[in-house]
Each structure stands twice: as structure tokens, then as C-alpha cells.
Design a protein around this ligand. Structure first.
Ligand code: RB5
Length: 143
């Protein structure tokens, strides 16, 4: 199950991503928002992040205008490794190296075509499992 959420700046891109997930037959849970009416991105970033951290969702996708505010929000939740991506190389590397569990996108930054390729790359790339990457991922949660 993929958790997906956005603010008004990400709403239109979210609908495109949901159509893509439908086309692939991938299950998702939409945590809002539900229109382009102005809302506060932390509300939706937290909902998705908590769903991933609790195990309700395996991965999350969060979208705001830039992707910045909602990724900062998601990364405040313990266990969340949210990666703001604007290219496919980063989407692949953050799965392989960081085992990122939330993808953040900027609805006012990336076009739909690129965004869908980033989503595809993020969802289809496994964590490498290499010892050095596992060690570094563990270190993220240490104080
Ligand atoms: C909303 O106008 C905008 O600030 C928000 O979507 C996001 O870009 C914040 O980081």
C-alpha cells in the first residue's frame, strides 16, 4: 500500500500520479487534500509520514508546490527518510543508498511526464542492502 498526500500546490500532480498507480494496479491510500483550495502542507505531510512509520503503508508520496515544506515535515517523523527528487538519478540512488521510504515532489517544479518517471523509478528500485548503506541508514536515526 502506498500512502499519498499533498497540499493545494500538489493536488493536480497527485491526481496524475493516482491515475498512473491505477493504470499499474498499485494500491494506494489518499490522505488528502481534496482540491486546489489553499491548505497547510504539514497536515498532509504528517498523515502520510505517520502511515509509513506505523507500517500501514509501505511507502509514501508527498507533494506540495516545491516539495520542500512537505519533505521537511515528513522527515520530522522518526523512521521516515523522505527524499525530494527532481530527477530519476536521485530517485534511483535514494532507494539504493538511503532506503528512502517517502518520495517528495514539487507540483510547481516538475512536469507530469518527469514526475511519473521519478515515481516509477522510486517504486521499482530496491534498496541495495549493501552493508555500508545499511550502516549509514541506521546512523540516521542515532542521536
Ligand atoms: C503553498 O503556497 C506552498 O508554500 C507550498 O505548496 C510548498 O511549496 C511549501 O513548501
Amino acid at each position: 500500500m502506498i500512502g499519498i498526500g499533498c497540499d493545494h500546490g500538489g493536488y493536480e500532480l497527485k491526481k496524475e500520479i493516482e491515475a498512473y498507480l491505477d493504470q499499474r494496479g498499485l494500491e494506494y491510500k489518499d490522505f488528502g487534500c481534496d482540491s486546489t483550495e489553499a491548505v497547510d502542507y504539514p497536515v498532509y505531510g504528517k498523515k502520510v509520514a505517520h502511515a509509513v512509520a506505523s507500517g500501514e503503508c509501505e511507502k509514501g508520496i508527498v507533494i506540495c508546490g516545491t516539495g520542500i515544506g512537505i519533505s521537511i515535515t515528513a522527515n520530522k517523523v522518526p523512521g521516515i527518510r523522505a527524499a525530494l527528487c527532481t530527477d530519476c538519478f536521485s530517485a534511483q540512488a535514494t532507494r539504493e543508498h538511503n532506503d528512502a521510504n517517502v518520495l517528495a515532489l514539487g507540483g510547481r517544479v516538475v512536469g507530469v511526464g518527469l514526475a511519473l518517471k521519478i515515481v516509477e523509478t522510486f517504486l521499482d528500485t530496491p534498496f541495495s542492502g549493501d552493508e555500508r548503506h545499511m550502516r549509514r541508514v541506521r546512523m540516521i536515526e542515532e542521536n
